[in-house]
Design a protein around this ligand. Structure first.
Ligand code: BGC
Length: 263
């Protein structure tokens, strides 16, 4: 499915703020959607409504997961996937105006790294970056009332939306859950592997109750690779969202006003 990249795409230059639609992209802009996780880097091309145009390419997150190593993977995938006009990235940490401030499950070199600018230089296209859970939620929430998104993967991500607008940098995963231990300590990938599904599900139930007590959300959405490990009965106002919702969030990142997203 993937096509060879045009040489134009690889120009190492800063891109303009708004994407130019390439002649080959059909009726609307094509987006290179990237999801960076603690275990995998995933990339695919989407059309203007978020429909996949290619397979989803996945590589293991490099170790050490430095900015240079991660950007190299994205650049290789971009070449393989073919023409695109703009890039959206879900990143597992705090992002403000394209700059990374935390990266709990990646290399420390990410701290204060101007990721959006650097990736834009590497790919020659405009780039928008937001927290991975925020991106996932943008594709999944209804846009009405108070909605909470949590993602269960290597870490625990969270996004809180008021009428569809995310509040910046919730980072619920690093908040104490029990004693000095955080939600991520109890519900992240390592905890699931260590404790097993049954115990992890019991903890998840407890966490959901606790989060409801804090936010009184109207709806809760649960995404991430380990959402598939949920066996407990979810409350009526909670639902699992798919990877596709997360991918659609990559398109929403371009549809929304960046100032409103504060990412
Ligand atoms: C990070 C969050 C991220 C989550 C899921 C946490 O460790 O701090 O920013 O959303 O992992 O990737």
């Amino acid at each position: 499915m993937a096509k060879a990249a045009s040489s134009k795409k690889n120009k190492k230059q800063a891109a303009t703020a708004e994407p130019q639609v390439s002649a080959t992209s059909g009726s609307g802009p094509r987006t290179l959607a990237v999801d960076i996780g603690g275990t995998g880097v995933k990339t695919m091309l989407l059309d203007e409504v978020g429909k996949p145009l290619t397979d989803r390419l996945r590589a293991k997150t490099p170790d050490p997961a430095t900015p240079k190593a991660v950007i190299a993977i994205i650049a290789d995938f971009a070449k393989e996937l073919g023409d695109f006009d703009r890039v959206s990235v879900g990143f597992p940490g705090v992002i403000k105006k394209g700059v990374v401030y935390t990266a709990a499950n990646l290399d420390k070199k990410w701290i204060e790294f101007p990721f959006a600018d650097e990736l834009s230089k590497a790919l020659g296209k405009p780039v928008r970056v937001a927290n991975d859970a925020v991106v996932q939620g943008l594709g999944g929430v209804s846009g009405i009332g108070v909605e909470l998104v949590i993602t269960l993967g290597t870490g625990m991500g969270a996004g809180l939306y008021i009428d569809g607008v995310p509040i910046p940098s919730l980072e619920m995963g690093h908040h104490p859950f029990r004693g000095h231990k955080t939600y991520e300590d109890y519900l992240g990938r390592r905890a699931l592997a260590r404790e097993g599904r049954k115990k992890w599900n019991k903890r998840l139930k407890e966490a959901i109750d606790q989060l409801f007590g804090v936010f009184y959300y109207d709806r809760l959405f649960i995404g991430g690779g380990n959402a598939a490990k949920i066996t407990m009965k979810l409350p009526k106002n909670a639902k699992i969202i798919s990877n596709e919702d997360g991918i659609l969030g990559g398109i929403k990142l371009w549809e929304r006003d960046q100032d409103e997203l504060r990412q």
